[in-house]
Design a protein around this ligand. Structure first.
Ligand SMILES: C[S@@+](CC[C@H](N)C(=O)[O-])C[C@H]1O[C@@H](n2cnc3c(N)ncnc32)[C@H](O)[C@@H]1O
Length: 245
């Protein structure tokens, strides 16, 4: 090969290398973008549509840790109890059975709310309000005020971006009454790093305290091993906070 053809051959190889690198980088960026901006609504609607709730990895036949923490707050039965990302949880039926009369159920997925409604007697209409909205980009949720107790099991940990977490805690703080209670039950630091195919952000009680700030006092905290319908286990941290006056 002459010097000139060796030169052109080298240039052509360099061009091919640059082209391949650009495509790889572009794909990496697309993956990163998808991971951060996936469509919450579509993801969760599909999750509830494709399997019976009793097979879902977060299904609880008896939501005992949540019910016990809620009962320990000694709230009147008229208290406003807000369930963030409630899905089709059996906790709502449990609260109704205990006589609570003002329950606000939120979820981003209509399919979850429909499933929940179908499992509740129609006589509960007056006791339960449903708000389909995004906790990290709220619109109707901004009208929810004077909440006596905010309950979240396995929802906050899906908000992996700082701006989502900030929006969530701003909403919580704006909705809660002085002296109101907050229950946050999330995967703990030893817990799984993914759920429902999505990355999660793991917590301990100090991290939750830091996000809530000094206006909130930690009343109780414990680690809890939840057994999924499949028999696998998931490690949670349960926390109960109270807002100061
Ligand atoms: C793992 S499930 C837990 C459901 C329920 N809290 C329970 O313990 O059975 C997570 C729930 O959060 C809801 N969710 C996810 N992102 C949300 C968002 N941005 N706003 C409101 N709900 C959301 C999902 O639709 C789903 O029902």
């Amino acid at each position: 090969m002459s010097d000139i053809s060796r030169y052109y051959d080298k240039q052509a190889k360099l061009l091919i290398f640059i082209k391949i690198k650009c495509v790889v980088d572009m794909n990496d960026n697309i993956d990163e973008m998808d991971k951060n901006n996936y469509d919450f609504k579509e993801h969760w609607n599909t999750a509830y549509q494709k399997s019976p709730i009793t097979n879902l990895g977060w299904y609880e036949e008896n939501p005992a840790p949540s019910l016990e923490l809620i009962e320990s707050c000694n709230l009147p039965k008229e208290a406003f109890i807000f369930n963030a990302g409630a899905g089709a949880t059996t906790l709502i039926a449990g609260l109704l059975a205990k006589g609570y009369k003002n329950i606000i159920v939120n979820d981003i997925a209509v399919a979850a709310i429909e499933e929940l409604k179908s499992n509740l007697p129609s006589s509960v209409n007056a006791a339960v309000q449903f708000v389909v909205d995004d906790l990290t980009n709220p619109s109707d949720l901004l009208k929810v005020k004077n909440v006596d107790l905010w309950h979240d099991r396995a929802v906050l940990h899906f908000f992996t971006q700082e701006k989502q977490q900030r929006a969530y805690f701003d909403l919580l703080k704006g909705a809660l009454k002085p002296k109101g209670f907050v229950i946050l039950a999330e995967f703990n630091l030893e817990g799984a790093k993914k759920c429902s195919g999505l990355d999660v952000f793991n917590y301990n009680e100090e991290m939750l305290q830091e996000r809530l700030g000094t206006d909130f006092v930690l009343l109780k905290s414990f680690n809890y091993t939840y057994t999924q319908p499949s028999g696998n286990t998931r490690e949670y941290v349960y926390t109960l906070f109270q807002k100061k006056l």
